[in-house]
Design a binder for this molecule. Structure first.
Ligand code: 4NP
Length: 201
């Protein structure tokens, strides 16, 4: 019996003295720190979702314009930026070719694929949910599941600096001027939005 206990003691001692056990012990002790670090890193990122009706004209443009500004400011690792529509009619499609053409002329490449807002995911995940017009705004408020979600919703033109528009008008049924106006309004308001979020960091 004594021999057995003595052997067990020796085995345990050997295990705790081995490099392997030191490694696993260190890992075990550091896991909560690592998880906390990951959580901090995740929450440090500001997550922005731009929303319009079809997610093929205004919100993909807002996404591209804002990404361009954020990149220029060297802040791309501090942001997650996406866009969505309140309807699913154009889900899976690229941005409207007219919108892409006008955006391309100003150096923006519209890469996003249209998708509908996912209320159960998007309202928790994103920090800022930005509507292009009053109808998008009220549709989003209707989809929100709590007051905390509603507090995340604002309108793109709330951040305008130069322009005095209350909405980014829908260009879908109009001509070239409408698409240019969308880009003018977005370039202006995205600057204001970046300043506003930067103050929240
Ligand atoms: P968006 O423009 O909301 O800026 O993407 C529109 C896209 C599609 C339609 C309307 C507006 N539509 O009626 O299909």
């Amino acid at each position: 019996m004594f021999d057995f206990l003595n052997n067990l003691y020796c085995c345990l001692l050997e295990f705790f003295n081995s490099n392997c056990s030191v490694f696993f012990l260190t890992l075990l002790l550091n896991t909560p720190i690592f998880v906390a670090f990951l959580y901090l890193f995740y929450t440090m990122k500001k997550k922005v979702l731009f929303v319009c009706l079809g997610n093929i004209c205004r919100s993909p443009s807002a996404e591209a314009v804002f990404k361009g500004l954020v990149n220029k400011a060297g802040l791309s690792n501090r942001f997650e930026i996406d866009s969505a529509g309140t309807i699913a009619v154009h889900s899976g499609e690229m941005a409207d070719s007219r919108m892409r053409k006008h955006a391309q002329r100003r150096g923006y490449s519209l890469e996003s694929i249209s998708r509908k807002v996912k209320p159960f995911i998007d309202f928790d995940y994103f920090d800022y949910i930005i509507a292009m017009d009053d109808q998008n705004y009220s549709d989003l408020v209707g989809m929100a599941l709590s007051d905390k979600h509603i507090d995340k919703i604002s309108k793109m033109t709330d951040y305008s600096k130069k322009f005095n528009y209350s909405e980014v008008p829908d260009p879908y049924y109009g001509g070239d001027q409408g698409f240019e106006l969308v880009l003018d309004l977005l370039e202006d308001a995205c600057e204001g939005l970046l300043t506003s979020i930067h103050n929240d960091f």
